[in-house]
Design a protein around this ligand. Structure first.
Ligand code: URA
Length: 196
């Protein structure tokens, strides 16, 4: 069986045998369908699989708190993942799984049409930029990538979980999110950045 969608949501998909066996449910993106910022993580973990929502575990707490620090609420932004089903033992999603899910992500990027796509960690950065990315060196950079045939701004960020393992990453995470906030109309009265 192939994928079945309802707008931006995937309602049925059996493309990845191992993930179908492991998941409790498909975890679709959340947040406004016209958000200025689209955050893209790797894949759902155990909490996300249980709740059916991306970034609701400890990484989500860090994301929510840091969004507030830069003047944003979780409900202001859209949050999704490269892959919508939980990989076993929280392993990284395989390239084949990311490819199986790419069309869903492209549909989401196309539909939301954000000012910036913010990649959380190495997996989504490399998936969307289609090259090796040294996330700690490139965090905060706004780059261009072609996604679904259109040029898009991609802002590289460390993964929020990185700040839990290594608190010295907190500043890099906060400054990437502050940069992202500049692209929203909530950004302290400043106009949106027209250029990168
Ligand atoms: N990590 C991710 O990359 N995505 C989630 O949804 C949760 C944790």
């Amino acid at each position: 069986m192939d994928g079945e969608t309802d707008g931006l949501d995937v309602v049925a998909c059996e493309r990845c045998e191992e993930l179908v066996a492991c998941r409790s449910r498909i975890v679709n993106g959340v947040g406004p369908a016209d958000a200025d910022l689209l955050f893209v993580g790797e894949a759902p973990g155990a909490h996300e699989d249980e709740r059916g929502e991306p970034f609701v575990g400890r990484s989500g707490d860090v994301l929510d708190r840091t969004l507030r620090e830069v003047g944003l609420d979780r409900g202001d932004v859209r949050i999704t993942n490269c892959v919508r089903c939980r990989p076993p033992e929280n392993r990284d999603p395989r390239a084949s799984e990311r490819e199986n899910c790419r069309g869903y992500l492209e549909t989401e990027v196309d539909g939301v049409d954000p000012e910036v796509v913010v990649t959380l960690g190495k997996v989504p950065a490399e998936h969307l930029l289609e090259r090796d990315v040294a996330v700690t060196n490139e965090a905060g950079d706004v780059l261009e990538a072609e996604i679904a045939g259109r040029p898009r701004r991609v802002l590289v960020s460390v993964h929020p979980a990185a700040t839990l393992y290594d608190p010295s990453q907190e500043a890099a995470f906060a400054s990437a999110l502050a940069r992202a906030a500049e692209f929203t109309d909530k950004s302290s009265g400043q106009s949106r950045l027209g250029e990168f």
